[in-house]
Design a protein around this ligand. Structure first.
Ligand code: PBG
Length: 333
């Protein structure tokens, strides 16, 4: 039971809010650069910085430029970078074989970052959509996404990423049973220290639109992802999914998207106490940036507030396209 609060005027909440000093003293949560994972888009070529139209301020970078970005991120105190490849359409097939090619873009970028910036953790994405001519995260047969066959491919993709040097594997595919298959393969393959950050509660969301442009998957995708990603109406199901993934060997779990799903973040943190992350996805970024660029909101304040809210909701960290900007701002304040 809470002790009863003295009635007004003995209790005045505004006393504690009267100055920056007292506000800092009673702040319940903090945001630091150490809470951030920075998702970046990688593309072919040399010295290429190609803007993503639907995400102002975000670029697709060639491998040499990603290495420079990783250097900057590490110097800002950002602990991890997350790689998403923009795959040339000529390399997309229905068998998705590029996904486990040791020389694919993601693996080349991983090796280059490891060599130049060994202190930053590298997270990679496990799902077939960047490599699938049909745009889905799994194999498609007669219009249906195949669960078990997809898992075999995801295991190959996982091992090729671990062999390239990935520290954290991020399965974003939402197939059932993938975490135990990946964990067993990593153990058997001599990668016992590779972590899995499971996209455990990933919703079928309209907020991924700009991302699909960024990785070039929008054009390929037929239909939607509602047979494998979650229904936004559900909350208990998220708890069951997180429990399942933790029981299969996930080290950390993610809720995605972020801001419309803060209730799920809080429930997951309270239920399991496991390292819990939220992904502030492309559409959330685009909304804040778009409104700011139009002068409708203060973009910097909205950015900082949105990230603090993830901490308040129980998240240990946030994947956000704002990561370098936030880290720069935090370093100044
Ligand atoms: C696909 C994947 C998606 C995102 C990360 N991995 C999109 C999707 O599921 O269609 C979205 C990230 C974002 O919107 O920022 N495996």
């Amino acid at each position: 039971m809470r002790p009863t609060q003295a009635p007004f005027p003995a209790t005045r909440f505004r006393r504690a809010r009267q100055s920056p000093a007292t506000r800092a003293l009673v702040a319940e949560n903090t945001l630091t650069a150490g809470d951030l994972i920075w998702p970046v888009f990688v593309r072919d070529g040399h010295s290429v910085v190609e803007p993503v139209a639907s995400m102002p301020g975000v670029n697709r970078l060639s491998v040499d430029k990603v290495v420079e970005a990783a250097r900057k991120a590490a110097d800002l105190g950002i602990p991890a970078i997350c790689l998403f490849p923009y795959t040339d359409p000529s390399k997309k097939t229905e068998d998705c074989a590029e996904a486990w090619n040791p020389e694919n873009l993601s693996n080349r970028a991983t090796r280059a970052i490891k060599a130049a910036v060994p202190e930053i953790a590298i997270m990679t994405d496990v799902a077939l959509d960047p490599y699938n001519s049909l745009g889905h995260d799994g194999f498609v047969v007669d219009g249906k996404i195949q669960n078990d066959e997809t898992i075999e491919a995801l295991v190959k993709q996982t091992l090729s990423q671990a062999e390239a040097g990935a520290d954290i594997i991020g399965p974003s595919d939402m197939m059932d049973g993938r975490i135990s298959a990946m964990r067993n393969a990593l153990e058997a393959g001599g990668h016992k220290d590779v972590m899995i950050l499971s996209y455990a509660a990933k919703y079928a969301s309209a907020f991924y639109g700009p991302f699909r442009d960024a990785v070039g998957a929008s054009g390929a995708l037929k239909g939607d992802k509602t047979t494998y990603q979650m229904n936004p109406a559900n909350s208990d199901e998220a708890i069951r999914l997180v429990e399942r993934d933790l029981s299969q060997g996930a080290d950390m779990v993610m809720i995605k998207p972020g801001m419309p799903y803060l209730d799920i973040c809080r429930r997951v943190k309270d239920a399991f106490g496991a390292p819990t992350f939220a992904y502030q996805v492309s559409g959330e970024y685009a909304m804040i940036r778009g409104a700011a660029d139009n002068g409708w909101i203060d973009g910097e304040k909205a950015m900082m507030e949105s990230l603090m809210c993830f901490k308040r909701a129980g998240c240990d960290g946030i994947l956000t396209y704002f990561a370098p900007e936030v880290a720069r701002k935090l370093a100044k304040s």
